[in-house]
Design a protein around this ligand. Sequence first.
Ligand code: FAD
Length: 463
Amino acid sequence: MITLPTDLRDIALRPGDDGFADAREIFNSRTSENTPSVILGARDASDVLAVARHAGETSTPLAVRAGGHGVDGTAMPDGALVADLSGLTSIDVDPSTGVVRLGAGVLLRDMDAALIAHGLVVPSGTVSTTGIAGLTLGGGIGYLMRRYGATVDNLLSCSVVTLDGRLVTASERENPDLFWALRGGGGNFGVVTEFEFRARPLAREVAAGFLLFPLDQAPEVLAGLREYLPRAPRELAVVAALTQCPPLPPVPPEFHGRPVLMPIVVHSGDPSSVPSVLDALAGLGRPVASAVAPMPWTEANRMLDVIAPPGRRYYSKGGYLTELDDATIDVVVRNTASAPAPSTPPLPSTVQNLWAMGGAVSDDVAEDAMAFSREGASWLWESVTEWDDARDDATYRGWLDGLRGELTPHLRSNSYVNLSTDHGPTWRRGVWGSPEKYQRLVTAKTTWDPHNLLRYNKNIKPR
Ligand SMILES: Cc1cc2nc3c(=O)[nH]c(=O)nc-3n(C[C@H](O)[C@H](O)[C@H](O)COP(=O)(O)OP(=O)(O)OC[C@H]3O[C@@H](n4cnc5c(N)ncnc54)[C@H](O)[C@@H]3O)c2cc1C
């Protein structure tokens, strides 16, 4: 039983309290059996300070919940003391400078809506119910990464509550070692209450949608994408999804539920150049549907919400590819063909996404500039499997474990921490890149959280 000081009792929910069940709910229902001991719903940074002081003084490990989207469920561990930041939803935009301040509980959908009203954007992720906090602390990639880089490449500073109970700023000028580590090192170093970004200009409307190819065309189309993307404009994003086709309006009914290749396309540049780009993509094979059209940015950046609803059982793995070679293509296509059928049609149960890197995310920021690693990655492979009944766990997890096992020889040792479940200490030593980068992270951890109270994460152990 965790005993709380009086100043925290007002914001505490324990098992059995009204509101506890709702507060405990997170995106991945596979972790919903976990029962934290206490959830502390922060109303502002001073509540977070009180929570961190209490954790520090009593040596109690502290979990942090922001958007609640993390697949590992580290936001709500069994028996834990949880700082729930989902109430910190302030959004402050200065249109004259493009500087944006976001509370740690902001979701991508609310950020996108508030910023695009000013013709601005912070490049982030592709599912609108994701939290900006966990996404940024891991790196943050999405449809604008080739144009504007990863989310962390646009971060100016963080307000951070430390485990010895101080509120500090981390930026290039103040506590630069902490700022370096926070940009990709996850929630290992302190509790971030606010993020400050430099937003970028974006038209309110972009061209977005998908092309659809039968699976037997996937090898030639993926090989064509491999050649085309390095020459393509930075404004073009392609996420080549291999999945069980959802019943979308322009898709002929005979393809519904069948394994297909579905390149998701977002073009955020000059509309007059879109037709030639689409012709080039369609010309890589013989698409059976093409549904790329102008749409508001806020719609484009939630196209994938429909296949990632909260409350299902989720499992995910990912890794960087040096190249999308023929052997890799063979593995991903074969495993799409042999994937278990959807558990709850018409929702798909298995998706493999091949994200084209390149442009700003690959070329504009040095590998050692921050913890987030991108070195040598021309594609990111990522797979998510989702289902509803615990009795099907072995089927879907088994498929993805087998696929990842087969793909491992093709994956780099560095990776994007947010788009994979944790693979343990050896994986974590390589995931941020070079051994020197990992040692720098260990040093930052030892400085800022020497007792490893923030351990519910892709954990870096202090010395
Ligand atoms: C369906 C799906 C789609 C996704 N799509 C994308 C995508 O397009 N691009 C992308 O980059 N990522 C994507 N992700 C991954 C996503 O970025 C991570 O899951 C991220 O951790 C979610 O952040 P959150 O705040 O919602 O999660 P939470 O579960 O609340 O947080 C995850 C962990 O981050 C740490 N943390 C969170 N907030 C703080 C804080 N303020 N201070 C200290 N530590 C903190 C904690 O360790 C916490 O356990 C996707 C995930 C899913 C499940």
